[in-house]
Every structure is written in C-alpha cells, then in structure tokens.
Design a protein around this ligand. Sequence first.
Ligand SMILES: [Zn+2]
Length: 188
Amino acid sequence: MLCAGTIWMWVRSYWFDDQVQRSTVGTVTTGEGKFNFDRLLWIGSSRGKVAVMTVDTKWPLTRSDDVPVSQWWWSEDNTSLKSVERRYSNWRRFLGFGFGSSKVTMAVAGTANPPMVPAGTVSSSSRCVVFPWGVVAGVFMIAPAWWAYLAAKERSRTARAIRGLCMHCGYDLRGAGGVCPECGQRGG
Ligand SMILES: [Zn+2]
C-alpha cells in the first residue's frame, strides 16, 4: 500500500507540484519571558523529489493563546524546489539529497502605537531536507522483500525439521542423538 502510494506520488510529482503544510501557533514561556510562536512543517513534492522543511519563529508576546492551534493545508501550486533551496545560504547537495539550515535572531525595539509590539527578540530557525522519491520507494520495497526473505527462511527451517534434518545446516540427524555431528548445533 505504502509502496504503491509512494510510486504514485513519484510519478505524479512530474506533472503536479503538491504541497502539504501544518502550521501551529501558540504561546510559550521561556526563561526570557512569554513568546508567541509559529511552527511550520512544510512538505513539497516536485519533479521526482520531496522536500521537508520546518520553520520555527518566536516573537515577544503580542497576544495570548491558551491552547496551541494547528492547521493543515494542501495545495497544488507550482513550487520549484530550487526556490526552496535558495532560502538557505549553506545548501549542500549529496547524491540527489539536499540539506540546509538557517537561524536568524534580531532585536525589536517595540512599538507603542497599535499594533503594539513589545521590545524583545524575534528568532526564526529553519531546516530543510530534499530527497528523491525513488529513495522513499526503495525503503518501502526493502521492508516487504525482507519480510518475504524471513518467511522463506522460516519455511525451509520447518521443512528440515519435518524431514529430520539439522535446522542449521541440513545434515541428516537420524540417529545423531539430537546434536548435529556436522555443525555441532543442537537439532530439534
Ligand atoms: Zn548441522
């Protein structure tokens, strides 16, 4: 299922640029006081690749939210992952993968007039990783293949046990007294 879904998304990514986004806003209390925060998780799919990006922004309290609120959002806009990469000055590429991170901190003086913003520090940190859909598909194909390998191994062990052979090496154990004379394993 996951494997078929991944391959579907992989193929689809050459025609459509999908984006899924989750934004969580709330308030947080740290040693430096109370802050509003905005946590963004963004996943984009385009041209055979997937990007996962997080952006955490924190600013001096301008409003109080008791419970953090999360919102999901999906769209099918033109999103070049190249434009995502350009957000990071330290973008690195390796075997079709890409990584970047950024951290910005700035002091704000605060405003007395509406909208009133208290003085303090605004900080924003972001991380992004880009990887090929093929890698995701590969991972989902390895799991069923591994499962099939274990199942086949178990079947051959059972077959050996039924035929009275060593479970370990297949040596005929009839009259061997339970210990394999070939490999020393205790049969059973
Ligand atoms: Zn044996």
